[in-house]
Design a protein around this ligand. Sequence first.
Ligand code: SF4
Length: 265
Amino acid sequence: MNKLGNNTKTAKAEKFNYENLIMHFSPLKKARTILKAHNVEVLKLLQKRIGGTIDSNLLNEGLKINVCKFAGACAKYCLDTSGRGEFSNVQIARTAKTLHYLMHKPEFLNELEKEVKNAIKRTKKKGLKLAVRLNGTSDLDFTSFISREAVENKDFSEVQFYDYTKDFKRFNRFLSGNLPKNYYLTFSYDRLNHKKVYSYEAMLLTYLERGAKIAIIEDDLKALIAKNPTFGNYAVIDGDDHDLRFLDKNVKGGAMVSLKLKKTK
Ligand code: SF4
């Protein structure tokens, strides 16, 4: 069963000669809520995905996991209910997929690997390059998957992976060049993370000095510049134009990636 898909934003990638695939999970611990509301449907789909009996211990452990550990204010305006996500069947499918991953990670990743390899062949035939965002609505560390040896002893070096993250440690590893070369990260600003990190703004300015691109909601950017005008010295990229964030490398130095707050249900 497919793990990768697309949406209206990823569909804009073709004008840049890319096919852009995205993986959507149920964010935060929302799998628990969806399972409660649509128990029969989720379990039926989950069973189909894992191809066997559901282990209730694994299920209970999976339900405890927050796939967006660093979420703050965004938990209120998460895009998981925008676009196709507004339909309950989509929420159910995403929940079954999330639980599949959390309960049977190695099997899930093996299937994902095959899907990526097939996508490489398909996009090559179309004369396109492949861009994959694994954290469409999650913030998990997939770096070991991206750097793994794939079937036929080939790696994923011809795939451009990218993500947005609020995970400071992973982002620092990225800025220090310690993540796979084909993985690009954009740091995701969250106004509530001031409370989690001492000197949050100073840390962001250090990131910008090191050439980072920081995604931020338009209104948060205005408020941030009003509070600390130094942020106004950096270029602003229109983040709604497309989702191929790795192309932001073409903008020299640090920059803010401004995003409009989308309507969610
Ligand atoms: S981290 Fe991303 S996916 Fe998770 S709640 Fe925030 S906006 Fe949604």
